[in-house]
Ligand binder design. Structure first.
Ligand code: BGC
Length: 521
């Protein structure tokens, strides 16, 4: 058995505590950070296919689009300036997520969320009132800074607030709000594009103010996490807050563990260099490979450019946006399936099933586009059944992603890192995600222009590679307490050579804290 052979023992560590209305409220508000991220992902593709927007800011793209359909359709949107508009946000997010990790640690998670919300508001306003391309780009950069802060602090906040037993579901709640953000943006684009006078794009871009205000105000009313309070020396306040959050009086075991964990992680002087130690090799590998592979599924080609793509294969602007709404709804619905199944069927099953599903769809879409557009990109008349087949397979592909690599791309890294490297490793995951989101956003339209339908085969190839990677290297983490995660590496045929017996490779080492009470099987 190459991987996943570890069976969870009964070493469950159960802290008392329930899913109180208070914790539910704080988590729902905090998860709004995902909403803003999603809104941005969903809005750019729709706006960049609105003729009035293109005519004003990207006239050369607009002219190409107006030329008749006998010209090469693969290249009509190929403009570095247009892709810079989409992708500048992700580069800014990458930089700010590194800065945010320090703010989050030293000043608390709330402050990072607040920064995130304020930067978002500023970016949305500049975009909504933009008169020149540079204003659009500056606005997108501010939004990106906001995302960096929010994505660094929100998942951390959720994990620390959530009662242990509900951590998985609440984690995917973050992804759920990303998908809802994408869908809302796509629906709004659909209606705003119809506004007479062609200024609807201002509402689409400026609309980001609404989710931004929610997270800004939310972060003002949210309490900070007990972990963060302890980290900053406010022990009594943290204990009172923990009682309130968990809805029980006896929180001493969890509280003591938090204090011990905080001491342990403070004794690590250089979390970044610590990550390079041999025993963290599996963690570092996953911190890099999981977000890398998540982006190499090609999902953001659909998320950013679905309307552009649908336009390319012969839909009108209106039908393009409608198609994007359809894929957006599939994305939300399939994420709910993941919330339901992730702790029943396991991560590996979802990864492998989702991968197979995506692979088949990519092959079908490539074949369809290749058959009609050939290599010169001149389709001639496109029949209705053709468009329906393409949209159907794109939807099945999106569903495959939305119950596998979408949520698991955030969930799995967050549950495998030992405490002492958790924050640094999480920053790496966010950064790698942003770098590859940026690269794909930046070069997709050029790649479509040159690789034509073969582009879908490139992503299909990566889906094969990532599925093999998961099958061989990723152990199952379902039902295993975070504090016990070291076992999955020690019992793994390959990773066991890095994480040796006696080195727990996760959380505190046994014997260092009598409060751990962890039972290893
Ligand atoms: C990814 C995004 C993607 C989104 C789609 C997220 O998990 O990080 O890049 O656009 O899922 O739902």
């Amino acid at each position: 058995m190459p991987a996943g052979g570890f069976v969870a023992g009964d070493g469950q560590k159960a802290y008392p505590g329930k899913l109180t209305p208070f914790v539910l409220f704080t988590c729902v508000v905090a998860a709004m950070g995902g909403l803003i991220f999603g809104y941005d992902i969903g809005i750019s593709g729709g706006v960049t296919s609105m003729p009035s927007f293109l005519r004003r800011f990207f006239p050369s793209v607009y002219r190409k689009q107006q030329e008749d359909a006998t010209t090469n359709q693969y290249c009509q949107y190929d403009s570095p300036k247009l892709t810079l508009f989409t992708s500048s946000l992700y580069l800014a997010a990458l930089i700010s997520s590194l800065v945010a990790s320090t703010v989050t640690r030293k000043f608390g998670r709330r402050l990072s969320m607040l920064f995130g919300g304020i930067l978002f508001c500023a970016g949305a306003l500049i975009n909504g009132f933009a008169k020149h391309v540079w204003m659009l780009i500056v606005g997108r950069i501010l939004l990106g800074f906001g995302i960096g802060f929010a994505n660094q602090s929100v998942p951390l906040y959720l994990s620390e607030m959530a009662p242990y037993k509900y951590r998985g579901a609440l984690n995917i709640g973050f992804q759920l709000s990303i998908t809802i953000g994408i869908l809302v943006a796509e629906v709004l684009n659909y209606f705003f594009a119809k506004i007479k006078g062609g200024w609807g794009w201002r509402l689409s871009l400026g609309g980001a103010v609404v989710p931004a205000l929610i997270i800004t105000l939310g972060s003002l009313v949210l309490p900070d996490t007990p972990n963060s309070m302890i980290e900053r020396g406010q022990h009594e306040k943290a204990k009172t807050k923990l009682r309130r959050i968990r809805g029980v009086d006896d929180v001493s075991q969890e509280f003591d563990d938090l204090v011990a964990a905080s001491k342990e992680s403070q004794s690590i002087e250089h979390p970044w260099t610590n990550l390079l130690r041999r025993k963290y090799r599996p963690h570092l590998t996953m911190a890099i490979m999981i977000p890398f592979f998540q982006q190499l599924t090609g999902i953001n080609v659909i998320m950013f450019y679905a309307p552009v793509l649908f336009n390319t294969i012969g839909f009108t602007t209106d039908a393009s946006l409608m198609s994007a709404v359809v894929t957006g709804s599939v994305n939300v619905a399939a994420t709910l399936v993941s919330i339901y199944g992730v702790d029943k069927w396991g991560r590996r099953f979802l990864f492998l099933e989702g991968g197979t599903q995506m692979l088949i769809c990519q092959a079908v879409v490539a074949a369809c586009i290749g058959a009609k557009f050939g290599v010169d990109g001149t389709p001639g008349e496109l029949p209705k059944w053709y468009a329906i087949v393409v949209v159907t397979f794109i939807c099945i592909y999106v569903a495959g992603f939305a119950w596998s690599w979408g949520p698991l791309g955030w969930l799995v890294p967050s549950e495998i890192f030992p405490l002492e490297i958790r924050s640094a490793a999480q920053s790496i995951t966010v950064s790698v995600n942003m770098i590859f989101t940026f690269i794909i956003a930046q070069i997709f339209l050029t790649m479509l222009c040159h690789l034509k339908f073969g582009l879908f085969l490139v992503f299909a190839f990566f889906v094969v590679v990532m599925s093999i990677f998961v099958y061989i290297f990723l152990p199952e983490t379902k039902g295993i307490p975070i504090e016990e995660m070291g076992q999955v590496w020690r019992s793994h045929w390959y990773w066991s050579r890095f994480v040796e017996d006696g080195e727990y490779g996760n959380g505190l080492q046994m014997g260092k804290s009598s409060n751990q009470g962890t039972k290893h099987v």
